[in-house]
Design a protein. Structure first.
Length: 498
């Protein structure tokens, strides 16, 4: 099949399959609570193995380097950059804000582009651009140079996370989606952990080649990122209706398309005024965006709050490697709880996304109220910093919920996912400047209070979303039932009724 940008590309006869098609709701075996492919047919298991090996591996590695290149500024800052460049005001806030502005500008246009062009070309190109810009950070000796590069790094990185969530949601069914979305998201936590370990190791390169330790961090990040970006051109499968993945057979492509048809997920279609009006008249885009704003800004993971606390400590006085390594425990908690949330949501909660979201929000409230009080035992304070990671891992669940709510309109799904992520970062362009000011470190009283308030709002929004989604689903089922009853009537009765 020739690949074009035409969103209405037909499914040609060459993709008709003799492989048995999957049931609409496959019977669940107990093994599927461990891993969902155990209750699939051999053909589906093979398809999912290929997708997991290629798409999820690339997505996770790509998000790993994206997040590594996003947050490395925090590790560099506390590892010599601040003193070398004499950054004693709110420069770190400005560096983060410049990145966020670029990120916000690029997200929605990028996801709209993904519904028109091939993700297998677009996403790896973005990765390549931000990798080259990361190399450039190692040569900066003035704050304004870092501001400029951080802006363009944010612009290039803006399309990756919402774009990959859109692609993942185009291949996986509802009983598979949360696990893949959350596995994808855990790579951010692993990147945060790795960045701390990397900085601790790279610091030993201090002075090599005329570079300081923090400059070596950017160089090594770029070296790690480059091969992953290039691999994307070969392993990205696009979306089922336009895929050119060499590792998928014609039967597997047909099976993938049928699976999405059974989920009710629509293929790509043109953007029209009517479609835009429908999207913006629905509650979907507004409440899902509010949900993600609350989650993203309630979690303090974008701020080096634990590292700043360790750096400010006078008794005991922590070494640079300790300041970089100890906070990784928070991200270890994030990895563990994210995976627990995913498995619980897909299996025990039978596809419900809201229970783990509420649990994570409650952990947030406990941790941030404790830190806002501040005058608490040291062990308790350390526990609050570390356990707050349980609130960082809700992104995959929020995105999986959005895929399911918006499944009947491909363009709505792409736009809503991008808007969720974009508006969350819009808040991050100004909120840290107000509540996470560097000059208030490490106490950050305003920041801890704002995270508590946003966590309460997250709980309320999730419950409202659940009620509206259940109501909407029931109404659609009722309409389908009415249509079915109408079609079952004899033609004479239908005519007289009309």
């Amino acid at each position: 099949m020739a690949l074009t940008g035409d969103s209405k590309a037909p499914v040609h006869d060459e993709f008709q399959t003799s492989v048995p098609l999957p049931p609409e709701k496959p019977p669940r075996k107990w093994q599927s609570y461990i891993w969902d492919t155990f209750d699939k047919s051999p053909a589906e298991r093979k398809l999912l193995f290929k997708l997991d090996s290629a798409l999820i591996t690339f997505a996770s590695l790509g998000y790993f380097i994206k997040y590594l290149d996003q947050i490395n500024i925090n590790n560099a800052f506390v590892s010599g950059m601040q003193s070398d460049l004499k950054l004693y005001g709110n420069e770190l806030n400005y560096m983060q804000t410049c990145w966020t502005i670029g990120y916000v500008i690029g997200e929605i246009p990028s996801n709209i582009a993904l519904t028109r062009i091939r993700p297998a070309l677009w996403i790896p190109t973005l990765e390549l651009i931000w990798t080259l810009l990361t190399f450039g950070l190692s040569r900066c000796d003035k704050a304004w140079q870092i501001y400029v590069l951080r802006f363009f790094i944010g612009l290039a990185e803006s399309g990756f996370y919402p774009g990959m969530q859109y692609v993942i949601g185009s291949w996986y069914r509802s009983d598979e989606l949360a696990k893949r979305s959350c596995i994808f998201h855990t790579s951010a936590a692993i990147a945060s952990m790795f960045s701390g370990y990397l900085m601790a190791g790279v610091y030993n390169l201090e002075g090599r080649g005329g570079f300081r330790g923090w400059q070596w961090l950017f160089i090594v990040n770029g070296i790690i990122s480059l091969p992953i970006a290039l691999a994307g051109y070969f392993v990205m499968p696009d979306v089922p209706e336009i895929t050119r993945a060499r590792y998928l057979t014609k039967d597997e492509i047909a099976l993938a398309r049928k699976r999405m048809e059974l989920e009710g997920r629509k293929n790509r279609a043109p953007y029209t005024k009517k479609k835009f009006a429908k999207i913006f008249k629905s509650w979907h885009i507004y409440l899902l965006t509010l949900l993600y704003i609350c989650f993203n800004n309630a979690a303090a993971g974008s701020q080096p709050i634990f590292a700043q606390y360790l750096k400010a400590s006078k008794s005991p006085k922590y070494a640079v490697w300790q300041i970089n390594v100890y906070p990784t425990a928070t991200y270890g908690v994030q990895v563990f709880t994210t995976l627990v949330y995913a498995w619980a949501s897909d299996s025990i909660c039978q596809g419900a996304r809201w229970p783990p979201i509420l649990f994570g929000a409650c952990i947030n409230i406990i941790c941030y109220v404790s830190l806002a009080i501040w005058n608490i035992p040291t062990g308790w304070r350390w526990g609050a910093y570390i356990l707050s990671g349980a609130g960082y891992g809700l992104s995959g669940l929020c995105m999986a919920w959005a895929h399911e709510i918006c499944k009947e309109d491909n363009e709505e799904r792409a736009l809503v996912i991008a808007t969720m992520n974009e508006m969350a970062y819009v808040f991050q362009t100004w909120l840290p400047l107000v509540v996470w000011q560097q000059v208030e470190a490490p106490r950050y009283r305003k920041g801890f209070i704002s995270s508590t308030i946003l966590s309460v709002l997250l709980i309320i929004t999730a419950l409202v979303l659940r009620v509206l989604h259940v109501r909407e689903t029931s109404e659609k089922k009722a309409k389908i039932g009415e249509v079915g009853e109408e079609s079952d009537r004899p033609s004479e009765q239908v005519s007289s009724h009309e």
